[in-house]
Ligand binder design. Structure first.
Ligand code: AMP
Length: 286
């Protein structure tokens, strides 16, 4: 068990602590999260730890990235055990603000990416990415990290954040780190704890369909529709699974692809009962 991180609730005390470390010449690595931490989050902390002298993690269930019908109210909040887990991987500081600290009365400025956010998650969750880009810009301004670490599990989110950081000339480096999976392939997610035992089994179809797509492309298939249709058929064969989208897209722009002649990514969002899960894998033509 490592030392307990310093837990900060206000922007002012966070700035003061991080200024002191930066002033001592230490690189700050930053991992933004919504808490309910699992090994996916902790892997980001470990990568940050290997590149920076101090790692700061934010735990903030950001209300502005949830739609009115989404799970904001019931999103799991486990701050005490989160802090223990972060202590075990050597995290120096946790920033856990109240919503009123991040969005005080009168808050009126938003960051909006225009093109990348019109497809996939952006099409299914109107306003979601506006909440994400706004809160991530605020967090980067508060923490001012040398580098910030994101998971490839949220592929489109990482692409949108990279775009924002480039477009707005932010000085932090953005690192996108591999998806951590359970032993059977299910991508770790704070939302997996909503699943019943039977749903947990059904949820495996996300990874199985991504693996099928990888095998098809590795075996020479170049027609993106064939790959996507096979994924859809596999998912539709699971009674409890409802597809929000299945897409094969350009790995950089997320534009739809018809012929697979460059790096592409298969992305999907599937509802298992009331739980919405997303996953993705890069598909490599040989
Ligand atoms: P969240 O708490 O879900 O907002 O996620 C915080 C960060 O952890 C984001 O950058 C996610 O992409 C990342 N993350 C979530 N799940 C995983 C996972 N299974 N593997 C790697 N990174 C993840």
């Amino acid at each position: 068990m490592g030392e307990r991180p310093v837990v900060l609730h206000t922007i002012a005390e966070t700035r003061q602590q991080l200024d002191a470390w930066r002033g001592a010449g230490q690189r700050i690595g930053f991992v933004p999260t919504m808490g309910a931490l699992h090994d996916g989050h902790l892997s980001l902390c470990r990568i940050a730890q290997s590149e920076c002298q101090r790692v700061a993690v934010s735990i903030f269930v950001n209300p502005t990235q949830f739609g009115p019908q989404e799970d904001f109210a019931k999103y799991p909040r486990t701050v005490e055990s989160d802090i223990e887990a972060l202590a075990s991987c050597g995290v120096a500081a946790v920033f856990a603000p109240a919503a009123s600290e991040m969005y005080p009365a009168g808050f009126d400025t938003w960051v909006e990416n225009h093109t990348l956010t019109t497809v996939l998650e952006g099409a299914c969750r109107p306003g979601h990415f506006r909440g994400v880009t706004t809160v991530v810009l605020k967090l980067l301004n508060i923490v001012q990290p040398y580098a910030a670490y994101f998971g490839r599990k949220d592929y489109q989110q990482a692409a949108v954040i990279r775009r924002m950081v480039a477009d707005l000339d932010l000085p932090s480096i953005i690192r996108v780190c591999p998806t951590v999976r359970e032993a059977d392939g299910l991508a770790m997610s704070s939302r997996n704890r909503y699943l019943s035992v039977a749903q947990r089994r059904e949820a495996l179809v996300l990874y199985r369909s991504l693996q099928a797509a990888q095998s098809r492309v590795a075996a020479g298939e170049r027609d993106a529709a064939v790959v996507a249709d096979e994924m859809r058929a596999m998912i539709e064969a699971v009674p409890g699974a409802i597809i929000d989208y299945v897409a094969v897209a350009d790995a950089d722009t997320l534009a739809p692809v018809t012929h697979i002649d460059r790096p592409v990514v298969a992305l999907l969002a599937v509802r298992i009962g009331a739980t919405r899960l997303i996953d993705n894998e890069l598909l490599e033509p040989r």
